[in-house]
Design a protein around this ligand. Sequence first.
Ligand code: BG6
Length: 281
Amino acid sequence: MIRHKALHNGFQYIEITNACAEAKIALQGAHVFHYKTKDNDPLLWLSEEAFFEEGKAIRGGIPLCFPWFGKHKTDTILPQHGFARTSLWSLSKTEEIDKDTTEVQLQLLPTPETKALWPYDFDVRLDVLVGSELTMTLSITNTDTKPFEISLALHTYFNISDVDNVVVEGLKGCAYFDSLEDKTYIQKEDLTIEEEVDRIYSKSAKDVILQDTHRNIVLRSEGSNSLVVWNPWVEKAKQMADMHDEGYRNMLCLETGNIREDARTVEVGETHVLKAVMKSS
Ligand code: BG6
């Protein structure tokens, strides 16, 4: 079943339920802020203090960072992580494929506001498949008359039992840029989180597994050679208005991306596709 819903302030979202799973997707940002399969805990973390308000990004779920990731390269006044996560998308397709799988597609086209921030024509689609896995396919088509460069991410907040309990497998041997130190290192062991972490891993498209006490979350990425790992830890969590002081303990961001040297140039008429498939096992 696909239901169109709105909060008292008019904030619109879509609620999906099928025999296998449920999900919620905000029209602002095409932001998936809830997904869970029948016998599992929610896969995505959502801050208890998240804002569901026009123009503010939701803290949790899967914000979409586009057309740039992080701070803008040359103009730091421009919004962090681009404008996709705070823009209103339109619903372009809904389909109940079978009893276990629902497809929703959202579209973002340029407006005078996006043109003021980024002077290009584009057609961006997010295709979400809600089933035994959550599949997110972000397609960016260049409808302009000149090529453009983009950096982007599916900024996924995974829901974990406690940050002390998790191990991230699949990054051993990968180089990473430590955004806190501005330095590059090699990941020597499977990753555990014992402090603030903000890193961009260079990786080939093999699975990353987030091992927790009661489950493993598997993240498969396509069209991506970079993955961000982020946990704000104690001090940054305290500074965030939309995160509880202890919120950092139950989340870990593993963000399928195209960042730094993995940024992409999209030629006129071409489409770049970034995809993430995630599930618990
Ligand atoms: C991560 C970045 O992807 O997002 C961090 O690597 C950043 O540097 C974090 O702090 C959260 O960003 P925001 O804009 O949602 O607070």
